[in-house]
Write a protein that binds this ligand. Structure first.
Ligand code: CO
Length: 313
């Protein structure tokens, strides 16, 4: 009976998770159900786990101060959970295995192991910036484990940028890493960008930066829109002469080191210089930023309190 009940809870909770506002009321009822179930059953001990998921990076230096640092912070803050990591990029995990003999599971493998080891509760917290294709894929994987009732409780957290309020917090966080900007000076963030519709996150970020009085901060993407040409047009229109390039990505890995700050002809640094700008580079991923780390902590807390996606009404 307990198995059946908790199974139903797992499924309905997941349904509530992915149906937005409408699911909220239903979810509250479920939390109540869950408590009732726990009271009536004393046999099964809770085994709580957390899976911290990122794309991964093969750059060890940045990994240590971003992905690993966030994972450590989560481990220190949520002691009743066993915290593990998974990378979504098979290219990265293959490279790490071959080059450094570091074995890192993808999310599906990691969840499979946690199921086999008898975890009853698992929180999956992505370190992704936007709810793009990788987040959607992760969502599908979590759905699959929920559908076959692998865990009593399985919750997926949200990425850095999700609710409008999240953008504001992220902007507050990045404010602390900006240089002093005088007239003619600007910061250009390099976001990743994606063909996924969540690419529009970058336009909202730009909009809200301007609302917060940070009109001298520009957002471009390396693989989506706006691209560097869009940014250059704005920089010229606004009479900017000097820019500092910063990654708007959790790690300062390949894109930051090569596409942004590399010496190749097609890097942002080289192109901006050839367009007459003075260029500085900042090679630290957002995962190093204390405010962004706090955002991840909060998103984990929201998973635990049963409100990972939309705000409470
Ligand atoms: Co990429």
């Amino acid at each position: 009976m307990k198995k059946l009940l908790t199974g139903i809870i797992a499924v309905t909770m997941t349904m509530a998770l992915f149906t937005g506002c409408a699911g909220n009321n239903e979810k509250k009822t479920n939390v109540k159900d869950e408590k009732t179930t726990e009271v009536s059953s004393t046999t099964k001990a809770d085994k709580k786990g957390m899976l911290v998921v990122s794309f991964g990076t093969s750059y060890a230096d940045t990994r240590k101060v971003t992905l690993d640092a966030v994972q450590e912070m989560i481990t220190d803050n949520f002691k009743e959970y066993e915290v593990r990591r998974a990378y979504t990029s098979n290219i990265i995990t293959k490279k790490l295995k071959k080059r450094d003999n570091i074995i890192i599971d993808d999310p599906e493998e990691a969840l499979k192991k946690m199921k086999e080891e008898g975890f009853t509760e698992v929180i999956v917290q992505p370190l992704h910036i936007i709810p793009g294709a990788e987040y959607t894929d992760l969502n599908d994987i979590v759905d699959k484990f929920a559908a076959d009732k692998s865990f009593d409780k399985l919750v997926l957290g949200r990425p850095v940028l999700y609710r409008t309020e999240d953008y504001k917090l992220a902007i507050e966080a990045v404010k602390t890493q900006l240089p002093e900007l005088n007239e003619g000076q600007a910061v250009v963030f390099m976001g990743h960008g994606t063909p996924h519709p969540a690419n529009s996150s970058y336009a909202l970020l730009q909009y809200l930066l301007e609302e917060e009085g940070m009109g001298n901060v520009y957002v471009g993407t390396v693989e989506g829109t706006p691209d560097l040409n869009n940014v250059i047009r704005r920089l010229k229109k606004d009479n900017i002469k000097e820019v500092t390039l910063m990654p708007f990505m959790v790690v300062a890995g390949d894109h930051a080191n090569n596409d942004m700050a590399g010496d190749e002809d097609d890097s942002w640094k080289t192109i901006l210089k050839s367009e007459g700008f003075k260029v500085n580079t900042y090679l630290h991923g957002l995962g190093e930023n204390k405010g962004i780390q706090e955002i991840y902590m909060q998103h984990v807390k929201d998973c635990i309190s049963g409100n990972p996606l939309m705000e409470e009404e």
